[in-house]
Design a protein around this ligand. Structure first.
Ligand SMILES: [Zn+2]
Length: 302
């Protein structure tokens, strides 16, 4: 999982300008959308911030403003995601079950062809659950994870290279391009996802693929639970997506033809009724999860 951004200098200036926006616009109930510069209105109050929703019909981005500071984020990640290096303490926000990650990679293989031997960048790899399944299936993963505890765990348990930032990865004597980059439930944690996607794009080979997964603010649980919905209440989430806003962010990140992908996932804790409800909600676009595949054209080379 991702902590802050590799560009701490620009983070500081981003947060400063955000505080100014907050002071100027917060009192009168409007904010400027950081993606399209359109008008955003107050959507939901949270204990640690306010969620705003862009009113522009082509955008609709939901975002937290002000964003939690880097120091506070580090403290929250330690308390809720990575409390101990030996996994001995309870975790509030656990990783996606292995069986789900295996289904996703197998269905990706069914759509794209064999994944064996492909170089994978697991961006925001956390403790490395996705990379562990990728290794089982014959991929060659490299991790990127700023949290030092998560990085130690994934390095030690998988024996793969795990870098703290794209800058550190860039400085290595390695072929810098990947066949596949996956952001698994990571994009909502980034300070400015469209900027980081532009950086990530430089690490994809022409013809390579990007897979992004995140929450869906149109899901039934979000509508029913409102600010109690875990994807809203999690203080490490800085953005909240539906298909429209996610597509816009991907396009602004340089991925011009994002395609929604609907893997058929069976969650191990779902009984027959929940499984049926989940399949119906996926069919109608109101399930709690969005998956997008982007293909970097073969002629594109940065
Ligand atoms: Zn907007």
């Amino acid at each position: 999982m991702f902590v802050g951004s590799p560009q701490s200098g620009s983070n500081t200036s981003l947060r400063m300008s955000e505080r100014e926006f907050h002071r100027e616009h917060g009192r009168i109930g409007t904010m400027i959308c950081p993606l399209c510069r359109g008008k955003a209105v107050r959507h939901l109050p949270l204990p640690h911030t306010t969620i705003w929703r862009c009113r522009a019909s082509h955008c609709g981005l939901e975002f937290a403003s002000p964003q939690v500071s880097d120091d506070e984020l580090r403290r929250i990640y330690t308390a809720t995601y990575y409390p101990s290096i030996d996994n001995s303490r309870p975790v509030k926000y656990g990783a996606t079950p292995d069986s789900v990650l295996r289904q996703v990679l197998l269905q990706l293989e069914a759509s794209l062809g064999s994944l064996k031997g492909l170089r994978l960048l697991d961006y925001g790899c956390g403790r490395g659950p996705l990379s562990r399944i990728a290794l089982e299936l014959g991929l060659v993963p490299v991790g990127m994870e700023p949290d030092p505890v998560a990085r130690s765990i994934s390095k030690a348990s998988l024996g793969m290279p795990v870098y703290a930032s794209l800058e550190e990865l860039r400085s290595q004597d390695l072929p810098a391009q990947f066949d596949l980059v996956i952001l698994w439930n990571v994009i909502e944690h980034l300070r400015q996802p469209w900027s980081e996607l532009q950086e990530i794009r430089r690490f994809l080979r022409p013809g390579g693929r990007l897979l992004v997964s995140t929450m869906n603010t149109r899901c039934l649980r979000a509508r029913i639970e409102s600010q109690r919905w875990e994807s809203y209440s999690n203080p490490t989430h800085l953005y909240y997506f539906d298909s429209g806003s996610l597509e816009r962010v991907l396009r602004c990140g340089g991925f011009h033809t994002p395609q929604e992908w609907k893997p058929k996932i069976r969650y191990p804790h779902h009984g027959a009724v929940r499984r049926c409800l989940y399949e119906l909600s996926t069919m109608f676009g109101v399930s709690d999860g969005l998956y997008y595949l982007c293909h970097l054209a073969s002629s594109t080379h940065l």
